[in-house]
Design a protein around this ligand. Structure first.
Ligand code: 5GP
Length: 216
């Protein structure tokens, strides 16, 4: 009888970068391309925007509720981004990974650095806009944020770019389809890493050793 091999963990794919780099658009395309990739729905204290759905876009909570969860250590990471809290609920993400499922996090840079400390096996991708001009056009073009918010976001860009060196991969988001192809390639390559497939290798090798494969 075949023995059960240990289950390989899923990949924690962290996509991060300055606001306006296009990480949301890239992540949406990646989710379509890899339907088995689980998306971690973040929690935030900011107000829902038009069309956003509770539990799909975010879990929308009050400051008080969020701070209580911080005390309970319920977040894999959390950060204050432009005056609002954002965080990744810890349990669901880590349970899925230990169950062999890969999980996508689209989070800001402060949060990504916390995940790197807590879960260094994650794969960290930094998305960078091709130029300040394009970044500025994108932030204004979205039409979702006030002038003040956009100015705050642009002011942070220099310190955010300096953090790129902490990541495993960098993608310049010039053409969306190129950026999506590169992100897909990273995920595929990481999935093939030997160190991530010990359980699968063991299962295959055992079949040969136990002659479970019919020899012709
Ligand atoms: P927005 O308010 O535009 O949806 O998101 C603002 C910023 O917060 C984006 O850079 C987004 O990636 C980041 N963000 C969204 N969810 C999380 C999260 O769970 N943790 C952290 N640290 N940042 C997040």
């Amino acid at each position: 009888m075949a023995q059960t091999a240990k289950k390989d963990e899923g990949i924690l794919l962290v996509v991060s970068g300055p606001s306006g780099a296009g990480k949301g658009t890239i992540c949406n395309a990646i989710r379509e391309k890899f339907p088995d990739l689980q998306y971690s729905v973040s929690m935030t204290t900011r107000d829902p925007r038009k069309g956003e759905v509770e539990g799909e876009s975010y879990f929308f909570r009050t400051n008080e509720q969020f701070e209580k969860l911080i005390e309970e250590d319920a977040f894999l990471e959390y950060a204050k981004v432009y005056d609002h809290y954002y965080g990744t609920p810890k349990k669901r993400a880590l349970d899925m990974i230990s169950d062999g499922k890969s999980v996508l996090l689209e989070i800001d840079i402060q949060g990504a650095m916390q995940v790197k400390k807590r879960y260094p096996k994650g794969v960290f991708i930094y998305i960078v806009p091709p130029s300040l001009e394009i970044l500025s056009d994108r932030l204004y073009g979205r039409g979702t944020d006030s002038e003040e918010t956009i100015q705050k976001r642009l002011a942070q860009i220099t310190s955010e770019l300096a953090m790129a060196h902490q990541y495993d991969y960098i993608i310049v988001n010039d053409k969306l389809e190129d950026a999506v192809r590169k992100t897909s390639s990273i995920l595929e390559a990481e999935r093939c890493k030997l160190s991530r497939n010990e359980g699968q290798i063991e299962t295959i090798f055992k079949q040969y050793i136990n002659k479970e494969v019919p020899l012709k």
